[in-house]
Design a protein around this ligand. Structure first.
Ligand SMILES: Cc1cc2nc3c(=O)[nH]c(=O)nc-3n(C[C@H](O)[C@H](O)[C@H](O)COP(=O)(O)OP(=O)(O)OC[C@H]3O[C@@H](n4cnc5c(N)ncnc54)[C@H](O)[C@@H]3O)c2cc1C
Length: 716
């Protein structure tokens, strides 16, 4: 309502301006003919006329009306160079800021809601360098100022910054125009003020801040190296620290492009994913799933059986799987690929030198032009009183320690309701543990939509997991052999007795112990990097879990390409890490896979969307396999088939997602998926049917009515 009032007020003022022919007065001829009268008024009451002039100037610029140039000239004629400049400088800046604020108030929310996701990079750019851009635009009077006011209002630039940058940036132009106004008698036309050479000077002035910024960047980059002596030559083109997904792929790319690269791994090649993460967890998930299917064999016309098994053998299989994947990440393979693999603990001595504490004794120093940090993350252990006394497991220790057990822990507490906690809680419940999962939020897997959490939670409860949401873990207690976790909900404490406790409350980047502190590499929860994955030192890069913002193997590998290419070829061209289409999956049962926006994200970010949903209970293959729980949910741009995000819950959802990832990456809409043959009867058909749901929701009813008429007519 307030907005409508403001629009009406602006419209009335604009109509009034043209109705009373003020636009004609604000031309060069109009100004010249009215000048004598203005001079008389000014001589009689200079302060009043000066103030009225300032006010009128503010109104004209605030309403983006034509005439500001003429008024600037008039200011020169009436008030002389100094006072004219003062009045115009303030009036134009205040007026511009008012126009900026009106545009922001009326349009910004709408523009951000409609184009928010596409404007993300632009908004970030404005937040970082907005003042520079504005200054450049202000210096060059060839860009219409009123347009700059209105457009800047749509960005995230602070109003005060806008004001002062505008005032400083417009000053030179203001002086030129006010000065021209002092010689109004000789001025034949407006274009006379801006000769080509003057315009060229303005352009140079406009480009100056950008050049200055580049120079500042270079100086800043040099400053961080102050106090270090750069080697005259280097042992390597690239040193990569960490042999997990991020490090392996970085080294692989470097070797593939024939650079001399050393990969340093302190512990196990393959990092967390192979040894403690993705691979062992997926291996145990499979055993657990088969055990559960045996219990529910009736679903397939067989008899339910309680699986009998040796837990030791299940864990031995997990390790067997790791050892079968191991060759992919082995020292031998990477050496063969041309990577110099060194096994030891690396420490950065200076921006080009790394010292390695070799695993088999001794130290080695190497220099390189660039360094990539791929040092990963470790499980976060919450500071719970008594935790050390009762003892606990994490994904780092679980696989080794549980392998020693004959039976799975009778009573297992899993702290954390995220993907890792949920995958493991369900698996151990299926393998016979009595599992209690404790989560502080009011649901598990909070990153996903509520209905996704609900479906997974329902399935996990059916598997016997006791899920305690909205529960805070307070402390642990030990009495003889009895171990207890004390939790609290709504101020009421309760006690959970357990035999083993698994911490799965998140993973923290490895930031200490290898030289970041000494070098002053900036960190917060991760190593701080720019869009090119450069740290504070432009020759030191960071990728994977240690860099964030995602903690997935495929994202580490994806970043590795950017870091390796920027490290080796950045002198010629640097590439911004691209996070536009990042997929992930959580391998609970039913599996959850996602790419792009969820409904929850879209609402939080104020992004308009349409949603279609296809239930797997309709899919022939799902029915044949008695696995109909789940759905494919697609968010699209309103009225268009452009995909904003997809969530799939159900069997093989991680695999099914790939088609949507490809579509989003390459801008293919749902019509294209619908027009693609999908083999019958496959799970992948669910993607096509989801696209079909979209098509049905967008049938051109009116055209169909005409087509119906045509058919009726054809029948005679
Ligand atoms: C239980 C679990 C399940 C997971 N499941 C999945 C999944 O299904 N899908 C998925 O995408 N992701 C999954 N992840 C996450 C995935 O494991 C990580 O995102 C991935 O390992 C990150 O790779 P990285 O290269 O950044 O780090 P890492 O794999 O952690 O590698 C870092 C390496 O650096 C070495 N290092 C550290 N400091 C030094 C030093 N100073 N000198 C020498 N070496 C050093 C370490 O020893 C380590 O080997 C899972 C994680 C866990 C814990």
């Amino acid at each position: 309502m307030k907005k409508i009032g403001l629009v009406i007020a602006i419209l009335l003022l604009v109509v009034g301006f043209f109705h009373y022919d003020l636009d004609r007065l604000l031309t060069l001829d109009g100004l010249k003919s009215g000048l004598v009268q203005f001079e008389v008024w000014r001589a009689e009451a200079p302060l009043l006329v000066g103030s009225a002039f300032l006010l009128l100037y503010v109104v004209v610029t605030a309403l983006s009306l034509p005439g500001a140039v003429i008024m600037t000239l008039a200011a020169g004629t009436l008030f002389g160079l100094f006072w004219g400049t003062v009045i115009v400088s303030f009036a134009s800046s205040i007026g511009a800021t008012l126009a900026f604020l009106v545009s922001r108030y009326l349009l910004r929310d709408w523009v951000q809601a409609k184009f928010g996701s596409r404007l993300k990079a632009f908004n970030e750019g404005v937040e970082k360098d907005g003042a520079f851009y504005l200054f450049t635009l202000r210096l060059v009077p060839v860009f219409p100022f009123f347009l700059i006011n209105l457009l800047m209002g749509l960005t995230a630039l602070r109003a005060f910054t806008f004001y002062w940058v505008s005032q400083v940036g417009m000053l030179v132009g203001t002086v030129v125009y006010v000065n021209a106004g002092t010689q109004l008698g000789q001025l034949e036309s407006l274009s006379g003020i801006l000769s080509p050479s003057l315009l060229f000077s303005f352009v140079l002035l406009g480009v100056f801040p950008l050049v200055a910024k580049k120079l500042l960047d270079v100086i800043k980059a040099r400053r961080v190296y102050a106090g270090f002596t750069k080697p005259k030559s280097f042992d390597r083109n690239l040193i990569v620290i960490g042999g997990g997904a991020g490090g392996l792929v970085s080294a692989y790319i470097a070797a593939a492009v024939k650079s001399k690269v050393t990969l340093i791994e302190a512990h196990k090649m393959g990092g967390d994913c192979l040894n403690y993460g993705c691979i062992p967890s997926k291996a145990i998930i499979k055993s657990a799933k088969i055990a559960q299917q045996m219990r529910h064999a009736k679903n397939y016309g067989l008899e339910n059986v309680e699986p009998t098994f040796s837990f030791k053998k299940v864990m031995a299989r997990v390790h067997d799987v790791i050892s079968k994947v191991e060759p992919h990440d082995s020292v031998e393979r990477y050496t063969e690929l041309g990577v110099d693999v060194v096994q030891g603990y690396a420490k950065i001595i200076d921006p080009w030198t790394v010292e390695i504490q070799l695993n088999d004794g001794g130290t080695q120093r190497l220099t390189a032009r660039s360094i990539i940090l791929a040092t990963g993350a470790r499980p976060f252990v919450p500071p719970l009183p008594g935790l050390d006394d009762v003892g606990y497991y994490t994904s780092d220790t679980l696989w080794g320690e549980f392998a020693k057990f004959d039976e799975p822990p009778k009573r297992l507490v899993v702290l954390g309701g995220g993907p890792i906690g949920s995958e493991l809680a369900q698996s151990f419940a299926r393998l016979g543990s009595n599992v209690t999962q404790v989560e502080r939020s009011d649901r598990i897997m909070v990153r996903e939509d509520e209905e996704v959490s609900a479906l997974v939670q329902e399935s996990m409860i059916a598997d016997g997991v006791n899920i305690l949401t909205s529960h805070n873990a307070l402390r642990c207690e030990k009495e003889g052999d009895i171990k207890r976790l004390i939790v609290e909900k709504d101020g009421v404490e309760s006690v959970i007795e357990f035999d083993a406790l698994l911490c799965a409350v998140g993973r923290q980047a490895r930031l200490e112990g290898y030289g970041l502190e000494n070098l002053g590499v900036e960190t917060n929860r991760t190593i701080v990097t720019n869009d090119y994955l450069e740290t504070l030192f432009p020759n030191i890069f960071a990728v994977g879990d240690v860099a964030g913002p995602y903690q997935f193997t495929h994202v580490a590998a994806h970043q590795a390409w950017f870091a390796a290419v920027n490290a080796l070829f950045g002198t010629f061209k640097k590439f911004r890490a691209d996070y536009r289409v990042i997929p992930w999956a959580t391998f609970v049962d039913p599996e959850v896979a996602r790419v792009g926006l969820s409904e929850q994200d879209a609402k939080e970010q104020g992004i308009e969307y349409e949603m279609v949903r296809y239930g797997l209970d309709d899919l022939d293959r799902a029915i044949a396999e008695s696995a109909t729980k789940g759905f494919v949910k697609v968010l699209t741009v309103p009225g268009k088939d452009k995909i904003l995000g997809v969530t799939i819950v159900g069997e093989h959802s991680g695999e099914l997602l790939a088609e949507f990832v490809l579509a989003m990456k390459h801008g293919l809409g749902l019509n294209k998926i619908l027009g693609t043959i999908h083999t019958y009867p496959t799970w992948a058909e669910s993607n096509k049917y989801a696209a079909g749901e979209w098509k049905r929701a967008h049938t051109p009813e009116r055209i169909l009515k005409w087509i119906e008429k045509y058919h009726t007519w054809r029948r005679g």
